[in-house]
Write a protein that binds this ligand. Structure first.
Ligand SMILES: [Zn+2]
Length: 63
């Protein structure tokens, strides 16, 4: 649940997500899939599992 501290979630699945796309980014270090919202690409994100900074070029659209 440490992910809750760094992810700005208001109402998951509700209006906060309008127009946002969710990307699944695999950690280059441990392979953990981190969910990144499309409005978070301008912020540094770290893997919620091992703390390695996520390389956004590895993100794929999670549909
Ligand atoms: Zn990791």
């Amino acid at each position: 649940m440490a992910d809750e501290l760094t992810t700005p979630k208001h109402c998951p699945g509700f209006e906060a997500n309008k127009g946002l796309k969710v990307f699944s980014c695999k950690c280059p270090n441990c392979g953990h899939a981190n969910e990144i919202f499309s409005d978070e690409f301008d912020k540094p994100r770290k893997c919620s599992n091992c703390g390695t900074q996520i390389d956004f070029t590895k993100c794929v659209l999670d549909v």
